[in-house]
Design a protein. Structure first.
Ligand code: GLU
Ligand code: ZN
Length: 330
């Protein structure tokens, strides 16, 4: 799929779920696509658990996610259940690595300490934004240098990345040539909080780089994070991976699939006796890669998918679709 690969560069992809609830059909589709993308290039696969958001993580969810992925017929070469050279594969066990990266960003003055409260950040914003991530940070604290954090330690503050001027571009494996302007979307972004620890943006870059991941296929709800992550790769002197963003699964009203809807959960499908091969066939049909539903294991599709020909619109999951899956005839 990549034309600029040197023969020595073996593809390494990853599945990076957050254990905040059971996986649903949208995850199944995105992970199936990510798995096939790497395996079709003869690539390796890594499973990493992203559990930094302690307010949302549920202890029992990790085992359930692994069961869900295995039920679907996906496997991995390194992960929390089987180990590997680049472990641990659970983010909460990798905290010191993020601290090292933050030290470097501080030393290079790529970050500054921000003491704004959320309310202050919202009030100071003037430009309207369509993003659901909230308004762009107005740069209130950007005059501070990284060395000025010392006296702030008695109160909560955040480290923000100083976003440079200009657009960031990448060649998306699904969307094609893409650009983003992180100054317009979010502005200087958070990489850590002194009381809570690293942000998603910093942890994901540090881990993907440390684990040798060179292919990141994920949902397109994360597309606005990609320019930020590319900036972090550059600031840390690291090589960014190939990114590919897969259209999300939505309900008939156009809303993102909600974790609270049990009928969409893989665990429910599994318990009601749905054949995972049928689900895989139905997901591949939804991608536009086959005309009919042909039950199959993911491994039977290795080498037969083309990310550039993935159906570009959101995948609408209807109750009828789920019903027919349960009846064995989608
Ligand atoms: N752990 C993130 C999530 O489940 C995905 C991160 C990523 O793919 O970059 O939303
Ligand atoms: Zn601030």
């Amino acid at each position: 799929m990549r034309s600029d690969d040197s023969p020595s560069r073996r593809t390494v992809g990853r599945l990076a779920p957050s254990p905040t609830g059971g996986l649903h059909l949208g995850h199944a589709r995105t992970f199936l696509i990510a798995w096939l993308a790497s395996r079709s290039e003869g690539g390796r696969m890594i499973l990493r658990i992203e559990d930094l958001d302690s307010t949302r993580v549920r202890a029992e969810a990790r085992r359930g996610m692994i069961d869900d992925l295995q039920w679907l017929g996906l496997d991995w070469d390194e992960g929390p259940d089987i180990g590997g050279d680049q472990g641990p594969y659970v983010q909460s066990e990798r905290i010191e690595r993020y601290a090292t990266a933050l030290d470097r960003l501080q030393a290079d003055q790529r970050v500054y300490p921000c003491t704004c409260t959320r309310a202050e950040i919202a009030r100071a914003a003037s430009a309207p934004h369509s993003e659901d991530e909230g308004p762009s940070y107005p740069g209130t604290c950007s005059g501070r240098s990284a060395d000025e954090a010392g006296p702030l330690h008695h109160r909560p503050f955040a480290w923000r990345f100083r976003v440079p001027e200009g657009v960031v571009s990448w060649d998306d494996a699904v969307l094609g040539p893409s650009i983003g302007d992180p100054r317009q979307v979010g502005g200087d972004f958070l990489v850590a909080r002194n009381t809570i620890g690293p942000s998603y943006q910093l942890a994901v870059v540090v881990d993907d780089a440390a684990m040798g991941i060179n292919q990141v296929i994920r949902g397109d709800d994360l597309v606005s994070s990609t320019p930020r992550q590319i900036l972090l790769y550059q600031a840390l002197g690291l090589q960014p991976p190939t990114f590919g963003h897969v259209p999300l699964a939505v309900d008939p009203g156009g809303r993102r699939l909600a974790k609270r809807d049990g009928s969409l959960k893989l665990a429910t499908l599994r318990e009601t006796g749905v054949d995972p091969r049928r689900l895989v066939g139905a997901l591949l049909q939804s991608c536009g890669w086959s005309d009919s539903v042909q039950p199959a294991w993911p491994r039977e599709w290795i080498g037969r998918v083309d990310l550039a020909r993935l159906r570009p619109e959101p995948w609408v999951v209807t109750p009828e679709w789920i019903q027919s899956l349960q009846n064995g005839r989608p």
